[in-house]
Design a protein around this ligand. Structure first.
Ligand code: FES
Length: 110
C-alpha cells in the first residue's frame, strides 16, 4: 500500500471534479456528498481528458462520444463499454487518502 494524502474533504465542493497530482500521478478527484472518488483523468474509450466531462453528482459523462458511468461504483451506463478504474480511497479526520501504489491507466491503440 502507498497511501498518500489527496486533500481535505472541505477543499472539494459537492458534485465537483478537481484535477490533482498525487505522488507524481495525475488523477481526477470527484466528490459526491461525503463520497470521494479518485480516478485516472482520462476516458477509457479514447483517453480524452475527463476534466472536460460533465458530472451531475451521480453520473460522469465524457463529452467526446458520450460514454457515461455511475461514479459510485464505476459501472458503465448506456453505450459505454468499459468501467472506470478507481483508486482505493479512505477518509480520516476530514482528510482524503488514496492508495497510489500502482498508477491506473487504460490501454488504447490508435
Ligand atoms: S473518448 Fe470518451 S467517450 Fe469516446
Amino acid at each position: 500500500m502507498n497511501w498518500k494524502k489527496v486533500c481535505a474533504v472541505s477543499e472539494l465542493d459537492d458534485k465537483s471534479m478537481k484535477s490533482m497530482t498525487i505522488d507524481g500521478i495525475e488523477v481526477l478527484v470527484i466528490r459526491s456528498g461525503n463520497t470521494i472518488n479518485v480516478i485516472p483523468p482520462s476516458c477509457p474509450h479514447m483517453l480524452t481528458a475527463l476534466t472536460e466531462g460533465i458530472f451531475d453528482g451521480c453520473v460522469l459523462t465524457c463529452t467526446k462520444h458520450l460514454w457515461q458511468w455511475n461514479i459510485e461504483d464505476g459501472t458503465p451506463l448506456g453505450q459505454a463499454e468499459a468501467p472506470l478504474l478507481k483508486y482505493e480511497t479512505r477518509q480520516e479526520a476530514g482528510e482524503v487518502y488514496a492508495n497510489v501504489e500502482k498508477e491506473l491507466s487504460y490501454e488504447y491503440d490508435c
